[in-house]
Design a binder for this molecule. Structure first.
Ligand code: ZN
Length: 312
């Protein structure tokens, strides 16, 4: 870690070498920051969960960095992104100072890694670069100015430019996740269809979707009631659930899954969306891929099947 901090001072051409040297490193030698502190979902539960599941891989040393609370002064907030192979953004709240935004943009442009899930997609509506990193988002006042709706139709990603509000979800339920990119390192060896633990199924996300690949989808059933948006029912479409985005030299892994309630406290639960072996496996593999560009972890025997949810 101290070496990495020193290397931060080196020119960008050398930083790129440091980033690429993450490939092939020994177990436990990757570093992850979980950046948290504000969310309308239980960020204490979520950030502790991400720390636990990343450390469980044996690949990552994890630090949790907590922002000032909502409405508080951010003048002393200065996460040291460049010291980490991957940053898990578990944050949905106040805008960061432009100084911090620029620091994160530089980190990603120079080959950083980012992981995000679920309601993080609400945040930073007006930070253009962050929305490019996420690929798609919802809520936060987003509409057609955020980019097209991103759909999966007839075996491919489709950009739908009709106007409208971004972000809905149907009643929480267990739902089938369908793998769409079987050869991607994150998806290799996963079943073609598996049952995810009870979760909110996001739909009608929209965003720039540049350099975005949809790895898995879930069907938003029009028989189900929808909430929080303008639709009253599921969309009847296969909605993006798991995706990657390229940003500069950096890699982003994102998923729409991962709900816990806003008032969730550490030790509460179970939370079937994040305790799902499928969700945990995707976060672990997605973080390794975002950090190194490859995945060395085997798919666990406990991974859900097409008919059975599996909770840790
Ligand atoms: Zn939620």
């Amino acid at each position: 870690m101290r070496l990495r901090a020193l290397l931060y001072a080196l020119p960008i051409c050398l930083l790129a070498q440091v980033a690429s040297s993450a490939q092939g490193e020994q177990a436990g030698s990757l570093t992850a920051m979980v950046l948290t502190g504000q969310n309308n979902h239980g960020w204490q539960v979520l950030s502790a969960h991400y720390e636990t599941v990343l450390e469980a891989t044996g690949l990552f040393e994890v630090d949790v960095v907590t922002s000032p609370p909502r409405g508080a002064d951010m003048s002393g907030f200065a996460p040291d992104f460049a010291s980490y192979d991957v940053v898990v953004i578990e944050y949905n709240g106040d805008d960061w100072p432009r100084r911090v935004q620029k620091s994160f943009e530089r980190y990603m442009e120079n080959g950083g890694g980012m992981v995000y899930a679920h309601a993080v997609n609400h945040t930073f509506t007006n930070w253009v670069a962050f929305n490019e990193m996420m690929g798609i988002g919802g809520w936060g006042g987003r509409d057609e100015a955020a980019g097209p709706y991103v759909k999966y139709r007839d075996g491919q990603m489709v950009l739908d430019h009709r106007p409208g509000h971004a972000g809905e979800c149907v009643d929480a339920h267990a739902f089938s996740v369908v793998t769409r990119e079987t050869d991607h390192p994150i998806m290799r060896g996963l079943p073609p269809v598996w049952l995810h633990g009870t979760d909110e199924l996001y739909s009608n996300q929209r965003g720039p979707a540049k350099n975005m690949t949809i790895l898995a989808t879930a069907y938003s059933d029009p028989a189900r009631e929808a909430h929080w948006g303008v639709e009253t029912h599921g969309t009847g479409e296969h909605e993006p659930m798991v995706y990657t985005i390229g940003y500069g030299q950096g890699r982003v892994f994102g998923t729409a899954m991962g709900h816990v309630d806003g008032g969730a406290e550490v030790g509460s639960g179970p939370w079937p969306a994040i305790d799902c072996e499928g969700f945990i496996t995707l976060i672990q593999r997605g973080a390794e891929w975002a950090a190194t560009g490859d995945v060395t972890q085997p798919v666990p025997d406990t991974f859900p099947t097409a008919t059975d949810v599996s909770l840790r």
